[in-house]
Design a protein. Structure first.
Length: 311
């Protein structure tokens, strides 16, 4: 079995590493034919190029890596199947057709629910108690292909996007090797997605994590506002402003971009990030916050340091 892996962030490294360990044999010591990952990005004040975790993994394993899917055609890289997990870019149809068994895409939701770039955040914000991951046969449309397999997982009361995402992709890394064997042997019947049940998300921007100061003031006092909140990165989705919904939103925005609001200190308006919070009775209680330009501190430390602040 020869595989091309498409992926970028750290939480998908266990997936490609698991495939390497499972399919590597004396007869086939290099089952990962190539890795496609996003190109290095400038970061920090000095704008130094930062390479992706999957890029580092491929470098250490001496596996060919490319930044453009079309390079597979140009470099004549052949493999039986592709596996995609949070690659972050569009795969052209001509690349999909390179593989005898197509490309299997790991998507962290129970499709057709929450297609698009932010399914885990949507699962948390919507208050779901169960979510999961879907492995689909990639086609040219967004998260549209037929379902090869799905598994379910619980969403705990303390889950953030980071913790839930890590768990779903760890489980995916455990599932994928045997699934590929069964799929390529023709032992799995594909299931068409129900288009009428499809819901959609998009890539989150920093401004999407903003919470109005009046809303923060209300939930700190345990009040529910009588108006709807439109979640910008989820298509046609609104919820009520309440202590529960703000707490879910804060968890969903962790670790990025982090929920934030505006705060006044000595007549100066500043941004403050709300990293963690919990609910006591009907009130939202912040646990950890970060004023712009400062380090994260506990809510107690913040309140003592800025006793006259107002949202």
């Amino acid at each position: 079995m020869n595989i091309v892996f498409f992926g970028t962030p750290d939480y998908v490294v266990p997936v490609v590493d698991g495939l390497l360990q499972y399919f590597r044999t004396n007869a086939n010591p290099h089952p990962i034919a190539a890795v496609i990952t996003q190109s290095p990005k400038p970061a920090g004040r000095e704008k130094r190029l930062v390479y992706s975790p999957v890029d580092f993994w491929a470098y250490e394993k001496k596996i060919p890596k490319f930044f453009d899917p079309a390079d597979l055609i140009n470099e004549q890289i052949y493999a039986d199947i592709g596996v995609l997990a949070s690659y972050g870019q569009f795969i052209p149809e001509e690349v999909i057709k390179l593989f005898k068994y197509g490309i299997l895409n790991i998507h962290p939701s129970l499709l057709p629910l929450w297609r698009g770039a932010s399914p885990i955040q949507a699962s948390i914000i919507s208050g779901e108690s169960k979510t999961g991951a879907s492995i689909i046969n990639l086609d040219k449309l967004l998260d549209h292909g037929p379902i090869v397999a799905q598994f379910k997982d619980e969403v705990s009361d303390s889950d953030t996007t980071e913790s839930l995402r890590q768990r779903l992709f760890t489980r995916s890394s455990e599932v994928m090797p045997a699934l590929i064997e069964a799929y390529t042997a023709g032992k799995i019947s594909l299931k068409k997605q129900d288009e009428e049940k499809a819901t959609f998300t998009r890539q989150i921007k920093k401004e999407d994590a903003y919470i109005e100061p009046s809303v923060i003031n209300a939930v700190l006092k345990g009040k529910t506002l009588r108006k709807k909140w439109s979640i910008n990165f989820i298509k046609d989705f609104t919820i009520n402003y309440s202590t529960d919904s703000i707490n879910l939103f804060i968890r969903a925005m962790n670790p990025w971009p982090v929920a934030w609001s505006n705060i006044k200190i000595k007549n100066q308006q500043l941004r403050v990030k709300i990293l963690k919070a919990h609910i006591e009775g009907s009130q939202l209680v912040p646990d950890e916050v970060q004023l712009e330009g400062k380090s994260p501190v506990s809510w107690k430390q913040f309140s003592e340091g800025y006793p006259n602040f107002t949202f």
